[in-house]
Design a protein around this ligand. Structure first.
Ligand SMILES: [Zn+2]
Ligand SMILES: [Zn+2]
Length: 259
């Protein structure tokens, strides 16, 4: 059994075959999925998916690449919306200096509000960090100093220093299909240093299909390939890594029941 801790099932890529995709995930042993919010204004679409599919849960938040669009979303809004029984996380929020479409100040403002919401609710904050290692490490260190909050560095593709800081601050590190790419030697070396009780797997579907399906549209069932490579990386068997990452997911996403 595996949990896909990060996918985007609302995206139009899946319109033609959402029922089949959820069935394929279950068939592959992916028992539960968390579909991640990128715009608070579209939360209703995610909630409708969680109602249609009992095994699908969701988050609420604003992706850093949409930060400027949702500067009116307050911490109180996030806290209020996260009270829904199927909302099990805050985010994804963070810093994306790779695409650089949004002002860093707007991204930071959004991130701080999401951190406050995670601290108040105890729900994990799903953090997106790309080409922003130094600023992210500084913000996480400063904000954790004001009061701890659970968090995930999702689709981890940053440097060793940010992984170390994240782990030291109590965070979890989630690996996507990037871990399986032949050129990701350095990323696998970083993964090998993460304590077993902080590891998660995800697809980030429809993006970043793992090696076995590289170039195709990604989907939750493909998380199996990432777990296989993570198992090799950690020197463990597949069943062990499946059990470990699943236990970690339920510990972190504490509001999500085991179905
Ligand atoms: Zn992301
Ligand atoms: Zn995402």
């Amino acid at each position: 059994m595996l949990i896909d801790t990060h996918c985007h099932l609302d995206f139009a890529d899946f319109d033609a075959e959402r029922d089949e995709l959820v069935a394929r995930a279950h068939g592959a042993g992916v028992a539960q999925m968390v579909t991640i919010s990128t715009r608070v204004k579209k939360l209703d679409i995610l909630l409708a998916l969680t109602e249609r599919y009992p095994s699908v849960f969701c988050s609420v938040g604003t992706h850093p690449n949409n930060a400027g669009e949702e500067l009116d979303v307050t911490t109180d809004d996030l806290v209020r919306l996260s009270a829904h029984p199927k909302v099990v996380a805050i985010g994804e929020a963070g810093l994306d200096y790779f695409y650089d479409t949004q002002k860093p100040e707007d991204q930071k403002t959004g991130l701080r509000r999401h951190i406050d919401a995670a601290r108040q609710t105890g729900l994990p904050l799903v953090i997106h960090s790309r080409s922003a290692d130094d600023d992210m490490a500084e913000i996480l260190t400063r904000e954790t100093g004001k009061g701890a909050f659970p968090f995930i560095l999702h689709c981890f593709s940053s440097g060793a220093a940010l992984a170390k800081t994240g782990v030291e601050l109590g965070g979890y590190i989630s690996f996507s299909g990037i871990l399986t790419f032949p050129k990701s030697t350095e990323l696998r070396e970083i993964a090998a240093t993460v304590p077993l009780d902080r590891l998660l797997v995800e697809t980030d579907a429809p993006y970043l299909a793992p090696k076995r399906w590289r170039g195709k549209r990604n989907e939750p069932s493909y998380v199996v390939n990432t777990a296989e490579v993570l198992a090799e990386t950690m020197g463990l068997g597949f069943d062990a890594i499946a059990r470990i990452t699943t236990d970690n997911a339920f510990r972190l996403f504490s509001k999500m029941p085991r179905l």
